[in-house]
Design a binder for this molecule. Sequence first.
Ligand SMILES: Nc1ncnc2c1ncn2[C@@H]1O[C@H](COP(=O)(O)OP(=O)(O)OP(=O)(O)O)[C@@H](O)[C@H]1O
Length: 209
Amino acid sequence: MRPAASPLLEARALSFFRQDEPVFGPVDFALHGGEIALVEGDNGSGKTTLMRVLTGMLRAGEGEVLLDGATFSLDTMAGAVVFLGHQLGLKFDLSARENLAVSAGLYGMRDGITIDTALADVGLAGFEDEPAGRLSAGQKKRAALARLLLLPARVWLLDEPYANLDREGIALVNRLLHEHAVRGGAALVTSHGAVTFAGDEPRRIRLHA
Ligand SMILES: Nc1ncnc2c1ncn2[C@@H]1O[C@H](COP(=O)(O)OP(=O)(O)OP(=O)(O)O)[C@@H](O)[C@H]1O
């Protein structure tokens, strides 16, 4: 797919420091619609920290983040960026369906999708009313993936999305990423495992410990 004029997500000379020690950076990248980039690096090189900076959970030490050409702020990213981290953001006492309804109430839904079709697409048909806390680790991850599908966010930030998934689940993540890119979305993905996307070979952003 031909990149749009303005990147959906851009980092310029982005760095993060803890007690004046650099954790990562400076990092530069520009992700256009239709592009997926893999963040690579050894344990402790700062992949999760980069994701947290990009979601606004941590403040960058130096540099800037642009979303759709505008300087990043919590207001501009709300609804435009969705983050899947180690904490899946599920309320365990709510059902899978209720969890998605809460997210949809906050951020809206993509055209042509419903909560139940999103759950069915990730293999959770029949588990809609199960409290999220009673789902297996892989099923919880699938419920979190259904949220990615449901929300209209064009930028996905996925931190270790393959963790806890079986082979079929890994293929599911790759399919969802491919479909997201075809729809014009962009994604940044951290992973230790082998990643095989259906589309073009992903870009690689390397962090150094
Ligand atoms: N809350 C924290 N307080 C202090 N140091 C932290 C904190 N979180 C992470 N770090 C440190 O920041 C560095 C980067 O951690 P980060 O989790 O971003 O790495 P990572 O590349 O995601 O690692 P992994 O591959 O092991 O998941 C590490 O040295 C880690 O010890």
